[in-house]
Design a protein around this ligand. Sequence first.
Ligand SMILES: [Zn+2]
Length: 402
Amino acid sequence: MARPTRDRRTPDRRTLDRRALLRGGAALAAGALLPGAALGAPALFPAPVLAGARKTKRVILVVFGGGVRSRETILSDNVPNMMRMAEEGVVFPNTSVRNNGHYGAAVSIISGSFEVFGIRENSRPVEPTVFEVLRREAGLSAADVWLSTSGSDQETNYAYSTAPGYGSRYAANLIGGEGIFNAEFKDLVVGEGGLRGVDAKSEAVLGELRGAMRTPLPTIDGGDFGNSAETTARIESFILDELRGGASEITGLGASDAKAMHVARNLMSIFRPKLLGVTLRNPDVAHGSFNDYVTVIRRNDEELGKLFDAVRGDPELAESTAILVLPEFGRDRDFNARRGLDHGDNSDELMKVALVAWGPDFKSGKVDTREIRSIDVTPTIASLFGVRMGGRTGSVIPGLFA
Ligand SMILES: [Zn+2]
């Protein structure tokens, strides 16, 4: 039996009301929307989602991070690919965030709760991450849950928390693009004397590779929590392929974000994970250069477009995959002394970001100006898999589902 045609494919429903978006953005910039609305005000909690009734089987969460204002994304011409997604999905231009520094704000998205880090910037999340929740509560295997990061050490902490009952056994498979896909590592693994045969030297190189991947490895007693031996072998072969010709060739301004997106795209087509997180950070060059900031946003949008097209171009993925994109926070309203943009003025440009959500169960071509929170995103993802994030987290986003 043929599947019903999705509304998103009907041309007359694909046109986003750009003026509504701009109106929302203008009001946002003026601080006129929802005057007096307190950050952290409880969102409406819609009826529980029945996972079986949903078409969504896979979710990609892109933390389009590094501090990115709506003024340089949905209110600009910098992100044609994000706008393509928006035209077929839902935009929430009033998504509240907290500015705890990049790490704390990104962790808050991943754990669905506003985590305050302060000086504990290298600590793992306290609340369970969406990766752990889906693995433990929804029974996803290690091979189903992936995280592709831009590669800083801090970002490796996103893979799992210190929450009791969760932790490394429920971690996401983690690939930090910058840490692996560089010239040195390429030479080590596939260069002269690289992986050619099973000898002591090759084994040592494989050991480096496994260390750099930081994936949950098979447990000695054959437990169920790590990757199976078969998955581990597939991961190694995937990384070797990327080293030979893919991600390790990417260079220039914003290269580590471009690597993270490139790796994510290939992970999606090869491993077809149920949950794939991608975390970006290079737009933070804005502290010193507004022009570089815009250049990186455009490059990240280009990569987002490739990921989007890869999903849409695969019949199975196109019918079953949701993509949610938002930054961890925006940036200041005014330039600093270097004509760059910091993040500390608590303006709406910093504290309100745009969430773009596209997927088979979401509305199409809508702009919803109600206030939601960045911590509502992962509880919404969890709901798509029929589970909840926990008591201290955000709520399922109202107005998102068709
Ligand atoms: Zn910064």
